[in-house]
Design a protein around this ligand. Sequence first.
Ligand SMILES: Cc1cc2nc3c(=O)[nH]c(=O)nc-3n(C[C@H](O)[C@H](O)[C@H](O)COP(=O)(O)OP(=O)(O)OC[C@H]3O[C@@H](n4cnc5c(N)ncnc54)[C@H](O)[C@@H]3O)c2cc1C
Length: 401
Amino acid sequence: MDLRFTPDELAFRDEVRAFIRDNLPADTRERMRLGYPPRKQDSVGWQRILNRKGWAAISWPKQWGGPGWSAVQRMIFIEENQAAPAPELLSFNITMIGPVLIQFGTEEQKRRFLPRAANLDDWWCQGFSEPGAGSDLAALKTAAKREGDHYVVNGSKIWTSTAHNADWCFLLVRTNPNAAKRQEGISFLLVDMKTPGITVRPIISIDGSHHLNEVFFDDVKVPVEMRVHEENRGWDVAKYLLGNERTGIARLGKSRERVAAAKEMAREVRQNGRPLIEDPAFRQRVAQLEVDMKALQITQYRVVSAATKQSDGRPDPLSSVLKVKGTELLQSTTELAMDAAGPLAMPIWAQELAEMANEPDILAEAAEQASASYLMLRAASIYGGTNEIQKNILSKAVLRL
Ligand SMILES: Cc1cc2nc3c(=O)[nH]c(=O)nc-3n(C[C@H](O)[C@H](O)[C@H](O)COP(=O)(O)OP(=O)(O)OC[C@H]3O[C@@H](n4cnc5c(N)ncnc54)[C@H](O)[C@@H]3O)c2cc1C
């Protein structure tokens, strides 16, 4: 197996790198470099720039605005974009609802929603998890009762990322509570977040940010033409959505960016009178992480390279390795960045300590964000299917235990 990029792929990487360098707005780049999560306007602005170039709907067919890239090109693009660091494409739009509509949507749904999803004119959110239905998603209870030409939805969802920014939600609901198998009584609906009866309540996470929400549905009317695929066949759609696009799941570009940020901080921070970057223990930790990132990168090339030869369109169970190891690395690299910041990483102290030590303000800001992204990424081993569930997949599908 050849794990080197071809000359064309290398040229493509240079083209992507140059485009991001020349087009990413300076204020977005600066905020992201300091470790801040992108604001809504940063994500929208950058996705629109990419869309104008034809680089937003990266996994969609050309007919619907995709660039016609190979899996390797998509991987290169995702990594370069993460490492820049630039806001990531909104996954709810690009890797979730877009491919779902292309596969299962009516012509009318495709024409209405796909161009707007690519351009982030509509911000989508994912209404799957409920208080009693996370890993065991088929236990979901939010009910949709058919009344003439619409459904009436009642129930609640939880952990709905960015629901407060969203224009639309793709929602899993129970349409047949008496089905023999739980999976056979579920439907997939597209819901306008402005519909009366929807309440979004924030959940503030440990990093202090508002990313998560609870969403309540009280007699929410959803037109029947907003159902995707047949009634009670929503589980097929959900399975397709969850397994669809695994390229970039390792988020290696983000890990690389965090190590680079840690090294930059370690040049400024002093320990025992010397820059931390000269400390042998710190250097050894960096070296180990760089080796681990290299190993994961090679595994990623193997998975992507195998995917390009596979024609049945089913996700490779080995992509679960990318999720598990990728999130472990994200957690280790954000921990490194926080440790490099030392006491400055404590938000309440950052400014004062920086002033006392005569450190540059920029360091205080980066240090504060290092602890925020450390805290946020504790959740990476939970969302997108917990790491325990990924290990179950591996034990069954790969190890055949
Ligand atoms: C930051 C963040 C963002 C999220 N965004 C969204 C979103 O936008 N939309 C959405 O619908 N959901 C979202 N989620 C929810 C996420 O999908 C669920 O948290 C996840 O599926 C786990 O479900 P749960 O929280 O109910 O935990 P549970 O499923 O109750 O799991 C609890 C623990 O038990 C373990 N466990 C459960 N079952 C098994 C098993 N069979 N074998 C071994 N171990 C098991 C789990 O690994 C976990 O450690 C988000 C979650 C987080 C943290």
